[in-house]
Write a protein of this length. Structure first.
Lengths: 384, 128
């Protein structure tokens, strides 16, 4: 990769240790993704916020780096481990809370917008078509590339942080014209958001950096988010290109058999003790729809609803908070189903959810069983 | 294609996986042991190995897992992949774990338990 004289000097450590580290990360990233140079970016979205995932090593690293590191461009942030408004209801230990607040503080010190959301594409204005950004959250990177006309690598927590500190990112293949060699044909009849999540999970396993995808009907917001979340979980692929692709593309069907395979891998329980909605977090549109669907009904068991803080404030004003709480929902902002410390095998055997992304991490990290159902069935089966 | 992502020189024994690795979901941060029952390396420790695997997959937060296992002294000495993904590349860059990519042919020539020297300065980085 070619560096400018100034970038070379930063890499040698002439602009301080933090800049040296940032450029070392950008160079490793650039080599990994066949970039020929670094380019300016206008917005970064960071992952690596939840103490449950980054642990003491992450907390100490951020505390140290935040002493002199400051972000150079607009920088937003993934969910953390809890909602401070109601954390006392969940029996989290003091150590977790204080370490999490230290992480929050480190990011704020660096100048990061404390959005604690995995759906930046839904709660912030989208810049003009073709704008270069650097999104670490996998569902957000895929959504940005596939639906928002933005350009991003599927960044890691570190490459996104390095981009925030330098305002630069490697000019990798996902930022250029992509011609995937695989086309996935969606063959499932009457798909719901769970089918689309499974399609995404399948696509992430077979795709490389991007895939063509055909046979999709009109998808709503929830289905689009589910598909992006599913793909981000299973692979390195970070863009859907809608259409059949070139005639020489390898064609792969996503049919009932493939759907069943994904279902068998991730559905590990017959029933859930609690329900979670939101991974990715629910936006205002989904909250509005949920509160309409729950009119006159209430959950027979606990139902956790994860949403960004900005949406939590809006829904309060619009009266949805009241309605959802009446239906038995617990509204949580700043955190998400994925890797939440609020659900673990000591208090829960299994969770019912419509999220493929949530299912993967609940199974593998939280070690609880997962019962997969689309929202329509969850409401039908679990409310009265 | 052969690339040097993070430079360095180590001697060690190969731990090879035919499966990709999702560092966030499947590697225990404290012990460096693979906890995914469906994984080729289930119950194996990554500590002090030269880890040979196709590539990393899954959540980007996995880079912090690599930094964590290094801090907890249970990290591999070096990593060798067929394809370098961003999570592994940046995790190794920060933790200063040497990382190279090699061709399919070289990948299949490396076997579990083989003792090798990895030197990224050398024109032939892997010496048996």
């Amino acid at each position: 990769m070619e560096l400018t004289r100034e970038e070379e000097s930063a890499l040698k450590g002439e602009h301080g240790e933090t800049m040296q580290m940032a450029y070392r990360i950008l160079v490793a990233t650039g080599e990994a993704t066949d970039a020929e140079k670094l380019i300016p970016i206008e917005w970064t979205h960071l992952s690596g916020v939840n103490y449950n995932t980054i642990g003491d090593a992450g907390e100490e690293f951020l505390s140290s780096v935040s002493k002199d590191a400051r972000v150079k461009v607009k920088t937003t942030l993934n969910p953390m481990g809890f909602d401070i408004d109601n954390v006392s209801n969940y029996g989290l230990d003091e150590n977790f809370i204080s370490k999490q607040l230290s992480i929050k503080n480190s990011y704020e010190t660096m100048g990061v917008t404390p959005s604690f959301s995995c759906i930046p594409y839904e709660i912030f204005d989208i810049p003009k078509d073709g704008t270069q950004v650097a999104f670490a959250e996998s569902n957000a990177a895929i959504h940005a590339n596939s639906y928002d006309n933005l350009k991003t690598n599927k960044e890691s927590a570190f490459s996104a942080l390095a981009s925030a500190l330098t305002g630069k990112s490697p000019n990798s293949s996902l930022r250029k014209e992509e011609t995937p060699n695989i086309t996935i044909n969606m063959k499932i009849k009457n798909p719901n958001e769970l089918s689309y999540g499974m399609l995404g999970f399948f696509a992430g396993k077979v795709g490389d950096t991007s895939v063509n995808i055909s046979g999709l009907s009109n998808m709503d917001n929830r289905q689009q988010k589910a598909m992006c979340g599913g793909m981000g979980t299973s692979g390195t692929c970070a863009k859907f290109i809608f259409g059949d692709g070139d005639s020489d593309c390898e064609k792969i069907d996503f049919d009932e058999k493939e759907l069943q395979n994904v279902h068998d891998e991730l559905n590990t329980a017959e029933n859930g003790d609690i329900i979670t909605l939101g991974s990715p977090q629910l936006g205002l549109e989904e909250i509005t729809e949920l509160s309409q669907k729950l009119k006159g009904r209430s959950f027979k068991k606990r139902c956790m609803v994860f949403t960004p803080r900005t949406v939590k404030v809006q829904m309060q004003k619009l009266g949805y908070t009241n309605e959802l709480e009446k239906a038995g929902c617990e509204i949580l902002s700043d955190c998400c189903t994925c890797l939440t410390p609020l659900i673990n095998k000591d208090n829960v055997d299994a969770v019912t959810t419509n999220s493929i992304k949530g299912a993967f991490y609940l199974n593998n990290s939280n070690k609880v069983g997962v019962n997969l159902k689309p929202l329509s069935e969850i409401i039908e089966d679990e409310t009265k | 294609m052969n690339k040097v992502l993070v430079a360095g020189k180590v001697n060690g024994t190969i731990l090879k996986s035919k499966d990709s690795i999702n560092f966030l979901g499947t590697v225990d941060k404290k012990t460096g042991i693979i906890s995914d029952k469906n994984h080729d390396l289930y119950n194996k420790s990554l500590k002090d190995s030269i880890l040979v695997f196709p590539s990393g997959v899954g959540s980007s937060v996995g880079a912090y897992t690599i930094y964590s296992i290094k801090s907890n002294d249970v990290a591999p000495l070096a990593m060798i992949c067929k394809k370098a993904d961003l999570t592994v590349a940046t995790g190794c860059a920060l933790a200063n774990i040497p990382l190279i990519t090699i061709s399919e042919q070289e990948f299949s020539s490396l076997e579990n338990g083989m003792k090798i020297t990895l030197d990224t300065e050398n024109s032939t980085p892997i010496l048996h």
